[in-house]
Write a protein that binds this ligand. Structure first.
Ligand SMILES: *Cc1c(COP(=O)(O)O)cnc(C)c1O
Length: 374
């Protein structure tokens, strides 16, 4: 296949020597957890997200779990409370809610940018709403500033699922310029799953916040609930990040901008070159900085699967994010509700084009192939 959807060897190839050197330094140091690379990683992430604190953790799901649990431990959220989340997200945004006995209230996306529909959100707020998980899906900031200020005024905690948006910035009016995602809400979770924009060579995640109480709580929860050695104040977990992954991520964070710029240029090339009336393209924001974790188009007339097959024959790999939304997963159906027509419509129409390792010129070539589909 000329344009595979994503091959991680293509991503890693230009930095193999640096990664091997960094891994070697960890191996020779004999320090495999909570060492200098982890501390440096936390400083790098806090700087990037423009927050006071970062806690390096095991993966993105744990970063969300720890964020939610910390809000509960600090008395801002309790079992039975309603927590809003987008219906078209990856299931990891929802799992921690049901795990801790919170009640997910799912909000429809806007079909134009796939992000949280502020109107549907306002319609579903009740006096039991205590938190919102906003998901910067596909790398586009999901930060409707007006809605967020209203919710915060009501005492609703905002958790950002920043798994797909490292390096993104919201330019929403009221922010005084732009602000990095991962530092917009009260607490944020980022994933370094290998296929993310910045991927570890295994699992890794991070929690960022400027709230010192939440940061200390997450750090303790991630370390068996201990606030100091052998002193367990909460029933916690082992959610540590490996020192070797922190070292890999420091190499990758230093080169993140190149990757982000490449994604932005490829996305722009797609937007400028795709001219097939059957396809609806994602909006390119002049205000926000989108980091294009996925480039997702909609295919009309029920021909999505046919288009994917045809692209495969033409040497272009594709994927769907996500074909089955959380409310329809067997583990939940029908407990999260059944009436999400926009989410269901999008799930049947969307297809993700290669963006993880393609150049603008590759994108123009792929657009040429798409333009021939009739
Ligand atoms: C990848 C992802 C996660 C989970 O991250 P892991 O590191 O795989 O646990 C959570 N939310 C979203 C939106 C994701 O894309």
């Amino acid at each position: 296949m000329k344009f595979p959807f994503l091959q991680l060897t293509d991503v890693t190839e230009p930095m193999v020597a640096e990664l091997v050197a960094a891994a070697g330094s960890v191996i020779r140091s004999g320090w495999f957890l909570n060492g200098p690379h982890t501390r440096e990683f936390e400083r790098n992430m806090a700087r990037l997200c423009e927050t006071e604190h970062c806690v390096a953790v095991s993966n993105g799901l744990d970063a969300i779990r720890l964020s939610v649990r910390a809000l509960m431990e600090t008395g801002r959220l309790k079992a039975g409370d309603e927590v809003m989340a987008p219906a078209n997200t990856y299931i990891a945004s929802i799992l921690p809610l049901t795990e801790f006995g919170l009640k997910p209230v799912l909000v429809e996306p806007s079909p134009s940018d796939y992000q949280l529909d502020a109107k549907d959100c306002r319609r579903k707020v009740t006096e039991r709403t205590r938190a919102l998980v906003t998901v910067h899906l596909y790398g586009t900031p999901a930060w409707p500033e007006g809605l967020m200020r209203e919710l915060e005024a009501e005492g609703v905690c905002i958790i950002e699922d920043n798994a797909q948006a490292i390096g993104a910035r919201s330019g929403a009016p009221g922010l005084a310029g732009t602000h990095a995602t991962g530092g917009l809400g009260h607490i944020a979770a980022t994933s370094f799953y290998p296929t993310k924009n910045v991927g570890a060579l295994g699992d890794a995640g991070a929690v960022t916040t400027s709230d010192p109480e939440l940061a200390a709580c997450v750090r303790a929860l991630a370390n068996y609930g201990a606030d100091r050695r052998y002193h367990n104040v909460m029933t916690g977990y082992n959610c540590r990040m490996d020192e070797i992954q922190a070292a890999m991520l420091n190499v990758k964070l230093a080169r993140m901008e190149e990757g982000t710029q490449r994604r932005i240029e490829a996305a722009r090339a797609y937007c400028e070159s795709i001219r097939n009336p059957m396809l609806t393209l994602p909006g390119f924001s002049e205000r926000d900085r989108q980091v294009w974790h996925q480039f997702v188009v909609r295919v009309a007339d029920g021909r999505r699967d046919e288009l994917m097959q045809w692209l495969a024959q033409e040497g272009v790999g594709t994927d769907i994010h996500y074909a089955v939304p959380p409310h329809r997963q067997p583990c939940y159906w029908p407990s999260l509700g059944e009436d999400y027509p926009v989410t269901d419509m999008l799930a049947s129409e969307i297809v993700s084009l290669p963006i993880g390792a393609v150049t603008a010129s590759d994108a123009r070539e792929i657009a040429g192939i798409l333009n021939r589909f009739r």
